[in-house]
Write a protein that binds this ligand. Structure first.
Ligand SMILES: Nc1ncnc2c1ncn2[C@@H]1O[C@H](COP(=O)(O)OP(=O)(O)OP(=O)(O)O)[C@@H](O)[C@H]1O
Length: 609
């Protein structure tokens, strides 16, 4: 269990600027235009109601001190005037309360809708990526992308972006109001406001970088955790608990260090704002006091400004808090965008170029020819594991692939199923280049049974149909012909029995039998068995042999088996050595040639003896 090397989706620092990242979200936002527009338009009455409050309180002070007030208050008794002002204040409070809750609700909904849309798209994209991508990307890292990164991204909308718009509107309304009332005090506030905003932006940028690094460490933690849980048996059998715990502890510590940095910058923002709000009030009291003494300002306006000083920095504090959320969200957007821009390497052909096997030949029994034309392939560009392979497998022919470990047998199968693309050459199925076939048709044409077959959490039926529509009769028939019906019927709820994650409540042989039924129901023309019977006991093997005889009938078959005794009866054996086809012929022919096959066979016979 080691931490995998950095993959393409892992970068150590942010790459794109915030605006470009936000632009990437526009298509998602526009799917929810109406909701977004409604919630944004509520911001205007909300901000005006907030900005008017200090003004009303200022008027109350002026009214009590007999200073100049709004015209409609002149001539009223103290009681009447105060009642009207209190009523107005109450009205603004009610407006803020109602609109705030409504706006908050709408914005949260938009955020959740967008998160769900992105999660859907991301899942679809990830499951469409080629096997090559999964070779280099640890599962834990993908899980982090699909869960916490997407979640953080939802906050960009619900709290972050819309919140920032709301605070900006609020700040603008306050600035316009204060400049209309008294320009000197307003200028003083703006002079304090600007440098503080700059400082906060600086802290936020640092925060973002630290946050990005901390998310990377979190992905590493997740992938370690996932690897250890998946491989728990090996971890325990080889007593790797302490070693792995040590590695986990180190990554955990690095994560903690990065999180520490984010906390530091976050705290710096709060402290700066706390301090500046007090300094601003002091400044207003100082300058305002002088203006009052010089009779250039009345007490009402001074009181209003003290409140404005507080209110101007309050949205800035919220702005900073939301900025923090936004930054976390943007980190999520960035990481998700990287994943979304991962190209889907194996694609279906354009509809005009697409061919269909069903249209080529009506007679199904004649289908199933496989042709490799000068095929070379390497997982890494400079290391070919298959070299210039040329061979044809005729319809209904049974062919075995034989060769030492690492010779490239399974790689041939992966190419045939188009899980990888050949580096050069082409593969034809019934005369059609597999790149011209829709993947769904190709995979239906070829049924693969591996040594380890993955079972999904779900019931037995679902694990046979794998989401495709088949009648219960079809399912039962497929199970009968593959000798698995009897065992399924003995399960507590028969075909409806729920299989635990990865089929942990079944034995290896039982899982294998289910995999056979899964293939039988699809009735493919080509059958591939990659060590399919290697993990079975003798009793199950007899059952499986029977199922196999049925499956192999009237189908082309490619069989990979290490135990050469199991493939003696096939029509032809292809012998591979380091990615090259070195021998081809029947069992007897190859024994006569006294080549690689013959020596492998004799070695095994010796071993068994
Ligand atoms: N996902 C992968 N990424 C990189 N190299 C790989 C990958 N899978 C296999 N290889 C390499 O390709 C070569 C051929 O592997 P392949 O699995 O086709 O051999 P094989 O003949 O099926 O072996 P075995 O009999 O042990 O199953 C080996 O050297 C192997 O290390």
């Amino acid at each position: 269990m080691t931490v995998s090397p950095p993959s393409v989706v892992e970068e150590t620092r942010p790459q794109e600027n915030d605006w470009r990242l936000l632009l990437r979200l526009v298509p998602y936002a526009s799917r929810n235009k109406k909701l977004l527009f409604t919630s944004l338009s509520l911001l205007i009455p909300l901000s005006i109601a907030g900005a008017v409050q200090p003004l009303i309180i200022g008027q109350a002070v002026s009214f009590l001190r007999n200073e100049q007030t709004w015209e409609f208050l002149e001539g009223l008794s103290i009681n009447q005037g105060l009642n009207i002002l209190t009523g107005l204040l109450l009205l603004t409070i009610i407006i803020r309360l109602v609109f705030n809750s409504l706006q908050g609700y709408l914005v949260q909904r938009v955020g959740q809708e967008i998160t769900a849309n992105i999660r859907d798209d991301l899942f679809h994209h990830v499951t469409s990526l080629a096997t090559k991508f999964f070779d280099r990307t640890p599962v834990g890292r993908l899980v982090t992308r699909l869960t916490s990164d997407v979640e953080a991204l939802g906050d960009v909308f619900s709290t972050g972006a819309v919140g920032i718009v709301s605070d900006t509107v609020y700040i603008i309304v306050i600035l316009v109001t204060i400049f209309t009332i008294q320009w000197q005090l307003a200028t003083l506030l703006v002079l304090m406001f600007l440098p503080v905003t700059g400082l906060i932006i600086y802290f936020q940028q640092r925060y973002r970088q630290a946050n990005y690094r901390s998310r990377e460490e979190l992905s590493k933690l997740n992938s370690m955790l996932q690897e250890n849980v998946m491989g728990i048996n090996i971890v325990q059998l080889f007593r790797r608990e302490n070693f792995n715990s040590d590695m986990f502890r180190k990554t955990n510590h690095r994560y903690l260090k990065e999180v520490d940095q984010t906390i530091f910058y976050d705290a710096a923002v709060s402290a700066t704002l706390e301090w500046i709000a007090l300094v601003a009030i002091a400044g207003i009291l100082g300058l305002g006091g002088m203006l009052v003494l010089g009779d250039q300002l009345n007490f009402g306006t001074l009181s209003a400004f003290i409140l404005y000083a507080q209110r101007l920095f309050e949205p800035l504090r919220q702005f900073a808090e939301k900025f923090t959320l936004l930054q976390t969200g943007l980190t999520g957007v960035e990481r998700i965008t990287q994943l979304m821009s991962e190209p889907i390497e194996i694609q279906d052909p354009n509809p005009e170029q697409q061919k269909s096997l069903a249209l080529i030949k009506d007679d199904k029994s004649n289908l199933g020819e496989i042709r490799f034309e000068d095929v070379s392939f390497g997982y890494k560009e400079d290391e070919l594991v298959l070299k210039n392979l040329n061979f044809v497998i005729k319809p209904q022919e049974k062919v075995a692939l034989v060769g030492p470990t690492g010779a490239g047998k399974s790689s041939i199968i992966r190419l045939l199923c188009r899980l990888y693309e050949p580096t050069s050459g082409r593969i034809l199925v019934d005369g059609v280049d597999i790149r011209d076939l829709p993947q769904i048709e190709l995979r239906r044409h070829i049924g693969v049974i591996l040594q380890e077959n993955f079972l999904f959490a779900g019931d037995v039926k679902d694990n046979i149909t794998l989401g495709e529509k088949y009648s219960f009769e079809d399912i039962k028939k497929a199970a009968e012909v593959t000798n698995v019906n009897e065992f399924i019927e003995k399960l507590p709820q028969g075909y409806d029995t729920t299989l635990r994650e990865r089929g942990n409540n079944l034995s290896g042989g039982q899982k294998q039998l289910l995999a056979f039924a899964r293939v039988a129901i699809r009735d493919p023309r080509v059958l591939v068995l990659d060590e399919a019977t290697a993990s079975l006991d003798v009793g199950t093997e007899a059952l499986i042999q029977d199922a196999l005889n049925y499956l192999l009938e009237e189908r082309t078959a490619i069989i990979i088996a290490h135990r050469l005794s199991t493939i003696r009866d096939v029509d032809r054996i292809l012998v591979l050595k380091q990615g090259e086809l070195v021998e081809s012929g029947s069992h007897e022919e190859l024994l006569e040639q006294s080549g690689l096959y013959s020596s492998l066979y004799q070695l095994q016979a010796l071993g068994q003896a």
